[in-house]
Unconditional design. Sequence first.
Length: 236
Amino acid sequence: MSRGRPFLLCFASALFVTASTASAQVILTLQNATASFSQGGYSVSATIDGSTAPNTGWAHSGLTQNDAAVYETVSDASFSTYNFTISNVDTINPTHIVGRFRISATTDDRSLFADGLANGGAVAANWTVLNLTNLVSSAGSTLTVLGDGSVLASGPVPSIDIYTFSANTNLTGITGFRLEVLVDASLPNGGPGRAGNGNFVLSEFAITAVPEPSTYALLGAGLGMIVLALRRRRRG
């Protein structure tokens, strides 16, 4: 075996590992969680701290009003597919689940929104409502997309629930996401939560992104060229 072949074999192996794991989702790091309103004793910042401990998260105290939480992305995001998780898993406050919500994204400068305040925070920006698909409730709730792009939960109210869903977008350079909670006549006390008084406790909000298929194609093409070169060397 020539001296160059061990290097090529190692490089090909490394490229194969990279290509085979490239489909793993990218975790988006969020910062400066901000809300228009938060129940006293609860902080919207707890929705991105990686913990689902009971009695923590974004809560609403049963007020029948629309509100929003916004988050900055640490770095600009330019993916076409995003996957979201809304965890409503506060076992001390069962049934405190988000009842109606909507997700939007912005490319505005980060200095214009998300000032980190839990009440009266800067939530205004040029928001684009995302079209949500692949909606799943871990507890079997029915999640219905409404005409305004929001999602309404219905059916028997479980003690805890986790919503997962996806969104495709042509936006590039995304600097932030908005999670709106919205009132609805079908929810207890008008919502926006599913608890008896319309409250919710949102434990954690997380987003991942799917790398572009073009990346896989490039890696695959590079791997194919290296394998072909190795075969030619072997024949020689």
